[in-house]
Unconditional design. Structure first.
Lengths: 117, 113
């Protein structure tokens, strides 16, 4: 069964500094990996996804993530943090194409990103 | 893409009562998913709802507590029955489009007093 571990429930960075949110996964087959963002009082929005194409995935709002099979990691980065990036970020994994009722997305516990002025 | 409207956005309910949450999608989808997000926790899948069949519940969730309806391909409801304070949570509706992407409603923030 697949699982996701996000290191750090809270991360604080200064505005303009590098953002690094860590995610490690466990999967018995090549995974599909996702990062979602949840702004206050809103639902989840997809930031980016890895589906076995390029290992470096670029998403919205300047975020990107790199799939590293050897490290079973899919860390999220952004070169320069902005105040508007303050939100909850969820890493998620799925084992296959999501059209089968037996396939589910497994979410990590989330990391709340705080941006310091 | 998919646009999901979820109602109500929030509610405060008395223990012992029930609340029905509605989820409307702007396009037809095969499967709709209901999640619970407890304070400080991640999303936990409650059940998967297919049109024309009974919902499939995850371990720890039962139909008597969380009855689900799926009358057509664009609509579903989740009822939280006989509520207790432990049911205070955010409930999220989700659908999947294309081959990999999940879309979420804005969630229903439920407080049981």
């Amino acid at each position: 069964a697949q699982s996701v571990t996000q290191l750090g429930s809270h991360v604080s960075v200064s505005e303009g500094a590098l953002v690094l949110l860590r995610c490690n996964y466990s999967s018995s087959v090549p995974p599909y990996l996702f990062w979602y963002v949840q702004y206050p009082n809103q639902g989840l929005q997809l930031l980016l996804k890895y589906t076995s194409a390029a290992t470096l995935v670029k998403g919205i709002n300047g975020f990107e993530a790199e799939f590293k099979k050897s490290e079973t990691s899919f860390h999220l980065t952004k070169p320069s943090a902005h105040m508007s990036d303050a939100a909850e970020y969820f890493c998620a994994v799925s084992d296959r194409v999501i059209m089968n009722r037996d396939d589910k997305i497994i979410f990590g516990k989330g990391t709340r990103l705080h941006i310091l002025p | 893409s998919a646009v999901i409207s979820q109602k109500p956005s929030r509610d405060i309910c008395q223990r012992g009562t029930s609340l029905t949450i509605q989820c409307q999608v702007d396009s037809q989808v095969t499967m709709m998913f209901w999640y619970r997000q407890q304070p400080g926790q991640s999303l936990t899948l409650i059940a998967t709802a297919n049109q024309g069949s009974e919902a499939t519940y995850e371990s720890g969730f039962v139909i008597d507590k969380f009855p689900i309806s799926r009358p057509n391909l664009t609509f579903s409801t989740l009822t939280v029955s006989n509520m207790s304070p432990e049911d205070s949570s955010i409930y999220l509706c989700s659908v999947e489009k294309g081959d990999t992407e999940a879309f979420f409603g804005q969630g229903t923030r439920l407080t049981v007093v």
